[in-house]
Design a protein around this ligand. Structure first.
Ligand SMILES: [Zn+2]
Length: 520
């Protein structure tokens, strides 16, 4: 192996990541993430699964039309309709990739596909050929590869490369692999597949055993040239290989791996925060690289060592992953240019119109609160970009609450020119009463599954950030509200979840593809 290889980073936050429960994003949010991924320096963005739903199709098409600087990839099952639909969305991309997958393990062949080995090979070859007819960059994934008999895996991979696949991806779909096992699979492919040098070997690991990053690194050690991963490791079940972890492992242990990536590592923390804010899936404090405590040295003995020489306890510098040493504080005298600068530094790309709205909100906030921190600004921007048009907004509320008494709430909501007011006297507390009032006005009833209030920054005047998770007809929706008034933030959060439900109900032209369940 040459001593210095560049590993291709294939990000699937918008496809595999978005599949994790409650992580669904609207098109505007996906565009924000896609742009942030380009800034981060990922090579390939898997933008979605076009045939899965009209929303997925729109997202892939919009990203293909507007995002430049990375290859845009769309997922397709091994069927003509899927591949055609994928290309329909991808055709506008500066550089496009079609990613075709087909399950190859015995259990999938027998129970899911009901196909024998020869049929699988035929199907794979036909699909890859069809995709190659559209674009030269084609990736093929034998789904559940890690549980596929290795002889058969070699046959499938060889046939796919012969048919024109330029990348062969090895998914550990169920998170079953261990480092030695995955490393062995990759090495075997390199040794036994005669045409393997005509394609890049890719690795796609799930984290069911907490081994996704370790398995991906083992694959790289054995010759894989592409890693599929997601920001914060989000994804189905226990998630996918975390981009920030695998990239920093390669960088920090360059002495061992001898590999580089194109990732601009100081963008890691801003991108992580963006994805956490957009999906509502917060990162645990002790999460490697991007967790709040990842660089906190609390133990006295460590602090003493740190003061004398940082390297005594630190293998990476916080600034290398984009953890700013000091929050730049803005105040009421800060201008639009300063705000715009901070927005860019935080990873956002606002239109002039959005910047104006955020600036107005910022001025209002700066009046109430002396110091405005990065997290406050991020919260305001999220609020702005998350709002879908034509949704309910709060016009006003009045709340009478007393310990031991049933609360009374008068709530007014507006949608366009329409305004509605409800008064309710019920509920277990003021929030419950407010949520009932929202349901009555909007006509959308949900089950509240999670309700979280926390302060965005420090101090008594800090912004309250409220996140709620609601269930509606088996689907999970999240909402988020931010205000210095925690009651208002709560109503906003609940309302934004309801708005997502309403938007979904409006869009609910039933998707064409039925069994889209398991995917690479
Ligand atoms: Zn996956």
């Amino acid at each position: 192996m040459p001593s210095e290889r560049q590993i291709t980073i294939f990000d699937t936050t918008l496809r595999d990541g978005e599949q994790s429960p409650g992580a669904s994003m609207n098109i505007a949010e996906k565009m924000e993430v896609a742009q942030a991924l380009v800034d981060l320096g990922v090579d390939i963005i898997e933008a979605g699964f076009p045939i899965a739903s009209p929303g997925d199709f729109e997202a892939v098409r919009t990203i293909s039309q507007n995002i430049r600087g990375a290859v845009i990839c769309g997922l397709a099952r091994s069927s003509d309709a899927d591949i055609d639909r994928a290309w329909e969305a991808l055709q506008y991309a500066e550089r496009a990739r079609i990613h075709v997958f087909l399950a190859t393990s015995a259990i999938h062949r027998e129970f899911k596909l009901k196909m024998d080995k020869d049929e699988i090979i035929r199907r794979a070859v036909n699909s890859v050929r069809r995709a190659v007819g559209y674009c030269p960059d084609v990736e093929f994934s034998p789904e559940d590869a890690s549980r596929t008999e290795v002889d058969f895996l070699c046959r499938v991979v060889e046939a796919a490369i012969d048919a024109g696949a330029t990348t062969v991806n090895i998914p550990d779909t169920v998170g079953y692999g261990t480092p030695a096992h995955i490393g062995n699979v990759i090495r075997t492919l390199r040794e036994r597949v005669p045409n393997i040098d005509r394609a890049v070997i890719s690795i796609h690991c799930h984290n069911d055993l907490g081994l996704a990053v370790a398995n991906s690194l083992a694959a790289v050690e054995n010759g894989a040239g592409q890693i599929e991963c997601t920001i914060n490791g989000i994804g189905e079940r226990a998630g996918n290989c975390a981009l920030e972890e695998v990239v920093m492992a390669l960088r920090t242990r360059h002495d061992h791996y001898g590999c580089t990536t194109r990732i601009v590592t100081p963008r890691l923390v801003p991108t992580s925060r963006l994805v956490a804010n957009i999906t509502g899936i917060q990162v645990q404090r002790n999460k490697a690289i991007v967790g709040r405590n990842a660089f906190a040295h609390e133990a006295g003995i460590h602090q003493d060592g740190m003061l004398k020489e940082r390297r005594t306890y630190e293998i990476m510098k916080p600034e290398d992953v984009g953890l700013a040493k000091t929050d730049l504080v803005l105040g009421k005298h800060s201008g639009r240019a300063a705000l715009s600068d901070r927005a860019v530094a935080l990873g956002y790309h606002l239109s002039a119109e959005q910047l104006q709205t955020v600036f107005d909100e910022f001025k209002r906030l700066a009046d109430k609160k002396k110091e405005v921190y990065d997290a406050d600004i991020a919260a305001l921007i999220e609020q702005e970009i998350r709002e879908a048009p034509e949704t309910w907004v709060i016009a006003g509320y009045r709340l009478i609450a007393e310990m031991g008494q049933v609360p009374t709430v008068t709530l007014s909501l507006k949608r366009g020119d329409e305004e509605a007011t409800e008064q309710v006297t019920l509920g277990d507390g003021p929030f419950d009463a407010l949520f009932h009032a929202v349901e009555r006005i909007t006509g959308v009833e949900v089950v509240c599954r999670d309700f979280n209030v926390h302060s965005v920054t420090v101090g008594k005047d800090a912004l309250a950030e409220v996140t709620v998770e609601v269930a509606h007809e088996g689907q999970i929706y999240r909402g988020r509200g931010v205000s210095t008034d925690s009651v208002q933030a709560s109503v906003q959060a609940f309302l934004s979840a309801i708005n997502h439900v309403a938007a979904h109900l409006e869009r609910s032209v039933k998707p064409p593809a039925p069994q889209v369940g398991s995917k690479a």
